[in-house]
Ligand binder design. Sequence first.
Ligand code: HMG
Length: 460
Amino acid sequence: MWPENVGIRAIEVLFPSQYVDQTELEQFDGASAGKYTIGLGQTKMGFCSDREDVNSLCLTVVTRLLERHQIKPQEIGRLEVGTETIVDKSKSVKSVLMQLFADSGNTDIEGIDTTNACYGGTAALFNSINWIESSSWDGRYALAVCADIAVYAKGAARPTGGAGAIAMLVGTNAPLVFERGLRATHMEHAYDFYKPDLSSEYPVVDGKLSIQCYLSALDTCYQLYRKKFAKKYPNATEVGLDNFDALLFHTPFCKLVQKSVARAVFNDFLLCSAEKRALKYPGLERFNDATLASTYFDRDVEKTFMTQFAHVFEAKTRKSLLLATEVGNMYTPSVYSGLVSLLVNNAPEQLVGKRIGVFSYGSGLAASMYSILVTKDDKVFQQFVAKLDYVLPLLNAREKVAPEVFSQLMEVREKNNHAAPYTPSGSVSALFPGTYYLKEVDDKHRRTYERTLTITNGVH
Ligand code: HMG
């Protein structure tokens, strides 16, 4: 017998305390006004000085989750980290996190790091679920952690950076349950975005190819999800986007997500029978013979479906883009920041009993679509969401930094990446209370961390 209702029992999000405004960045970069804000759909971009690295982000987010939800370290039996921000080619971030469990004496915690661009977080989550559903499970919680610092060299990709971390406590009888039998995956070899230069934090990116890879992975995953849905629910009258009350996407920039919703509608359109098509999609007959492969950059298809089905985006996806537009691409946490945005942007009663679709994409490439069912118990769900009441105040408490200063801080990161010995120069006082930060790197590249003071009960 599998354990019942395996899913997310608690979720914690972390984003940088400083940001750069995308309108100001457009001016600073000499980009045309509106390119980053309207063209890419971005408002602000969070970033980290040299005081934070992937280890410190994970230390902070795990500590905060354990504190806020009063989870004892002994209650964790598996800890998985998904990240593409590599500070050590051998030692896992997970092993660094074991410092948080040392006092409790709990060293019996399975799991290490998983990497494939932005998909590592989903792999960490799937590993956590799989453990709980396996014969290896010992009844304790799993913790899936994803964190990244997304930085690009100066140029077209720079405004699509960001940073952040998410920790998800996975267990049984959860308020957010993973729907069994509805995982659709597509993996393939592609050089759309990769990090071959191990001395640099920056990726090599083929922007146009990356968009095509993302959209084609979406097509494949969505069509497979639809098939699996039809098999699981043979009596369903409709198979398609109507089955989702909300739909979340990995979000490299918000405009691509708007296009992705339109793309999913286009899939529904192509898979519709001829009679139904005429009724459901009037005026779109000219696309009857269109194919997926020939339309990745077809402006007519893109604009028509975006405009005519803007209400689908408004109803199912817009609210999940809050953190993505305010912070930017967090890489592995991105799609889960979409989940947090959805939770804090809706009254809990609007989500009770609903189905949330999730599309996770990581370049290179790995992608999955799956669904989450929200509990029907409104009290349990309200308590779950109430724990996220810090998110909006914290988002508004961030400090805006001028693009010149942001650019200088990026140069400091760039010059000192992997430097040893090294003492970071970034401001500690600029960090939120309760944040772990890099104190120093010694001559053997060993990193030590300290934590800024917490406010109340150790919880911000
Ligand atoms: P670009 O090529 O310089 O931008 O960089 P563009 O010329 O295509 O312009 C962008 C949009 O702004 C266009 O919109 C323009 O028309 C519009 P579209 O026509 O495509 O709808 N525009 C304006 N709009 C209003 N006012 C203006 C204006 N000017 C232009 N004045 C690119 C864009 C995304 C390629 C670049 O930022 C990049 O390379 N980013 C990184 C790669 C990326 O994010 N790819 C996304 C899919 S891959 C993925 O999601 C994986 C990833 O997260 C990594 C991982 O998995 O780890 C990236």
